[in-house]
Ligand binder design. Structure first.
Ligand code: SF4
Length: 372
């Protein structure tokens, strides 16, 4: 965040309606950034609140009892979210992922899913609506979300060992309840279900192979995520990162694996399958094998700021423009400009300097605020 919070990757900053170019742009569905990356994925954070306090995302010492979360009227309404999403779809977005905080804490979320499910790509295809959750309320919400049009869920689960899991989520939440939520989601057809495990050395790396053993042969795709220096509150250290290569070699030693080609360009997870046909796993290696060259993701925060990178230090306040009375054509023009001028490739450039922003006046946004 520079002095006035101007995002670095975009020279244009749209403070109010007067900043919007007079010449308006019609969306083409093929928006490309400065590295020719198309805009394909929109991640929307629907709440900054969570009922977990995962140590690598929302540590209790910072997000304690006195932490001030946003008031309801600060959040984008479902109508505002759907309006923004509709414009992003016109620019090429084909997949919308709902995140948080914990998205299932947002009341009436199924109503939003229903509104988003009505959106179509310029050539009339459905939008792939997915959700990332900690699974704490999935057993209760899965059916209504499915009925509203949700296609898939990704569930975070960092260990099968209750003590380790509780130490990581730091709210004493049991593994069994998350596993039950996953089963219910599977039964109602919210698949293929992906299970995300953030691996942190010295905390749960001993559980990598037990997790693989447990989910092998199941309909679920287990993915191992390298511990990332997102935000400024998780105390990230390189020595606590378990490189994906190490994860793969540990599993392969007992459960032989082979590499599989990506499902589509820009897929964040590198795919591996068990040689004996026991299903597949994935690794997301933002630290040791960055994938910025194919990053097609844009993020909108709970109160309507648009971010062009997970490690951004500033965003564009689209809520101010919407509540300031801008037209859809104006909003579309702003989005086209932001994406076209995008240069982000933080993970490619990651170094001790990029992580340590002390004294620069900049602050990376928090994962709990923008979703993964
Ligand atoms: S670091 Fe930023 S640009 Fe690179 S893959 Fe992640 S979100 Fe995309």
């Amino acid at each position: 965040m520079t002095e006035n919070g101007v995002p670095e990757s975009s020279p244009h900053y749209f403070r109010d309606l007067s900043d919007i170019p007079v010449e308006l742009e019609t969306p083409t569905g093929t928006a490309g950034d400065t590295r020719n990356r198309p805009l394909r994925d929109l991640r929307i954070s629907v709440t900054d609140r969570c009922n977990f306090r995962c140590v690598y995302c929302m540590p209790k010492q910072i997000f304690g009892r006195d932490f001030e979360f946003m008031e309801r009227d600060e959040l984008l309404t479902f109508e505002e979210i759907t309006r923004l999403a509709g414009i992003a779809v016109a620019h090429g977005v084909e997949k919308i992922r709902l995140t948080g905080g914990e998205p299932l804490l947002r009341k009436g979320l199924e109503e939003l899913v229903g509104m988003l499910s009505a959106l179509k790509t310029p050539d009339g295809r459905d939008i792939d609506i997915a959700l990332t959750t900690n699974g704490s309320a999935l057993d209760v919400k899965a059916q209504v979300l499915k009925d509203a049009g949700l296609k898939r869920v990704t569930v975070s689960l960092d260990s099968l060992d209750d003590a380790t899991f509780k130490a990581l989520n730091d709210v004493d939440f049991p593994v069994a309840k998350v596993l039950h939520g996953i089963e219910v989601a599977h039964e109602v057809g919210l698949g293929p279900i992906k299970i995300n495990m953030v691996v942190k050395r010295g905390q749960n790396d001993q559980d990598v192979v037990p997790m693989a053993r447990h989910f092998k042969g199941s309909p679920y795709i287990l993915r191992f995520i390298e511990f990332m220096d997102v935000g400024t509150s998780n105390g990230w250290k390189m020595e606590e990162v378990v490189p994906s290569a190490e994860v793969i070699s540990a599993i392969n030693a007992e459960l032989p694996l082979e590499e599989v080609v990506a499902n589509y360009p820009g897929e964040t997870s590198a795919r591996w399958s068990y040689r004996d046909g026991g299903g597949e796993i994935g690794v997301i290696s933002s630290v040791t094998q960055s994938f910025c060259q194919s990053c097609t993701r844009v993020r909108v925060s709970t109160e309507g700021k648009l971010f062009t990178c997970l490690f951004a230090t500033g965003g564009h306040d689209l809520r101010a423009l919407m509540r300031g009375g801008c037209s859809d054509e104006q909003l579309s023009t702003v989005m086209a400009h932001i994406w076209r001028e995008r240069t982000d490739r933080y993970s490619d450039l990651r170094s001790a300097a990029t992580n340590d922003l002390r004294g620069t006046g900049k602050k990376k946004i928090e994962m709990s605020y923008i979703g993964g």
